[in-house]
Design a protein around this ligand. Sequence first.
Ligand code: KDG
Length: 307
Amino acid sequence: MVTLGEILIELNAVTSGPLRHVNYFEKHVAGSEANYCVAFVRLGNNCVYIGRVGRDEFGHNAIEWLRGKGVNVDHVKFDDNPTGIFFVQRDYPVPLHSESIYYRKGSAGSRLSPEDVDENLVRGGDLVHSTGITLAISSSARDSVFKAFSLNGNRSFDTNIRLKLWTPEEARTTIMKLLKDYPVKYLITDVDDSRILVGESDPDRASAILREYAEVVVMKQGPKGASLYHDGGKYFSPGYSVPVEDVTGAGDALGGTFLSLVMSGFSMEKALDYAIVSSTLNVMIRGDQENLPGLSEIEAFLKEMDK
Ligand code: KDG
């Protein structure tokens, strides 16, 4: 998989509550597409990342971490702007909810530009992946996604609408243009994003509309689970009830695991069941990537749950 996006440094509140009273933060490497890459690699496939990080300590941290996880970072450039960061506020004011507070304007990652998109690399990928976040962070990052999607028909996209980055109207216009110009094989989305994109949050009705632009739709439904829609019909995989520490990155865990297993030849239904396990493990800790499981861990989980 070739993926384009912004790698961020996450500073996760060690304690719940409003950040003004949080004294300790834990550092993690994050960013949706980087999360996807690590989930993808954990299941035995290769992921190449296209993006930029700052020529700073956080940039080196991100590169060394992702390389250590087995992600190919040869196409990540160093940029004179700083690596973007965000803080996670947990359980306040909504219990079990995490809020991302960004400090990323003008970041290195937002300088991603079409010239960074190596045409041969993207053409040679089995899958090219990006998200709504990369469409939102700058016009050059958006153009990069359009360029990459124009080069390879095997496309995957996670809508990941972050309303701190753009308005619902901007998100709808830009994402729907991308999907109209470049229909995808795999569309990973959720009920909130579907309401913004097609004015429908019922999973079945929203997916029926979105299937015009995607061969396969994965509709995440938070702790309830996720549904899968493709030619074979509809399949629902329920979630598991576990102690929740931080939900940030759970959707990426699900998407990255699903895509990797499908690329390995799993049936989409089995891939979704396994992907739900990834997102379940993900919410149990702070950090987006540390709990991403490999195949044996997923199978150990399922054996215990007797699913
Ligand atoms: O999906 C998790 C991401 O939201 C998180 O890692 C940070 O990429 C991020 C973003 O832009 O919100």
